[in-house]
Design a protein around this ligand. Sequence first.
Ligand code: EPZ
Length: 421
Amino acid sequence: MMEKLIVHGGAPLKGRVTISGSKNSSLPILAATLLTGDVCTIRRVPDLSDTNYMTQILAELGAEVERASGVVVVEARKIKHVAPYDLVRKMRASICVLGPLTGRLRKATVSLPGGCVIGDRPVDLHLKGLEALGAQITVDGGDIHVDARKHFKGTTLNLMGKHGSTVLGTDNVMMAAVLAKGTTIIEGAAAEPEVEDLANFLIKMGAKIEGAGSNRIIIEGVKELHGAEHTVIPDRIEAGTFLCVGAMLSDGLTIRRCAPEHLTAVTETLRKCGFPMEITKDTITIHGNPDAKGFDLTTLCYPGFPTDMQAQFCALACAIQDTSTITETIFPQRFMHVAEMKRMGANIDLQGATARIRGGEHMKGAPVMASDLRASAALVLAAMLAEGKTEINRLYHIDRGYEHLDDKLAGLGAQLERAKV
Ligand code: EPZ
């Protein structure tokens, strides 16, 4: 059922919001449960369409899956090696079953992910990594076929690509290498907190991994893994999104159950703009500032400024009485939100992969179209800043990655409601 979000802008926000578990940690960790036939229990899995897709894929592959209020219990006793196109096409991140199937069954057939609006997203580095471990790989009829039955052995490989390291590529190679003979060294590995969280889960299952969270990961292969329990880390992108909400529209908004240490690039940028913050072990309280200064940021791999916060900072820049620039290096075409924000009166000049935003313009509500997860969150922020009514169509994009976003915002005083299209 198609839904849209109707936002009445201009409402001041305040209060406290609790951050959910991380989507980008939950997806590879759920896939990793395929590495053992024992029971695995994953806690704090957010209620999103993307995590639903992943549990459906696990069930399609033959695993027993139970889910209740943030807890997912998986028992992948007997599994198949073929992940069906019909499910994989719905979510690119399904590609992260490739590593576990290869590691455990020494063979896998997974459909090649299709196109993506945020830009070119090949999986060549994933395949290069598995081939380096000795897997034979063919791509045929839209499917990736992996055969690692003959030879599957640890080695040293490099996963650095032209746009930096690859997050799910590092996850896939790590999940395959934990059951390969001998030692694997991944140079140019992604250092994102979600990669480290996956490694911590694998270690609880009996894997031998060092260096996760850095760009060099060492994996000592083991014969088999066992069941384990794990609680996923807080969602740093959801937390960052609410930090922008607080800076743009509040005079005191507290974000609870987050991990400030995963957000330093974001909080440092906000601090430089002049937004006061109080940070504790698992909370951040942010205040607005009418005299805030503009910023110049470039998206980078972690611990640099996250590309998944780029669109939200575009909306923030519209609220600052100054000029800001944003250069996108990970997905250079990831600016679908700009045209929609300009429909609301934003003054944004896009040159190649750099957006120049003259903030403080009067924004007025208008019907707009969501195109992808983070662009749609940015449109909600811009709509709350704008005068009057905005209709954001294709709400399903938000439900892919934000748990009950509209309820959480309404709890802070936002004027918004869902409506059928
Ligand atoms: C993960 O995607 C996240 N998704 C993305 O978040 C995030 O934008 C991205 O990492 C970068 O931080 C999940 O974790 C589920 P990459 P991933 O491989 O792993 C190029 C969101 O909004 N590349 O790190 O698919 C690629 O084209 C989503 O939650 C290759 O060239 O991204 C890109 O330019 C959107 N060859 C760069 O590397 C490859 O084989 C980084 O992509 C793989 C990637």
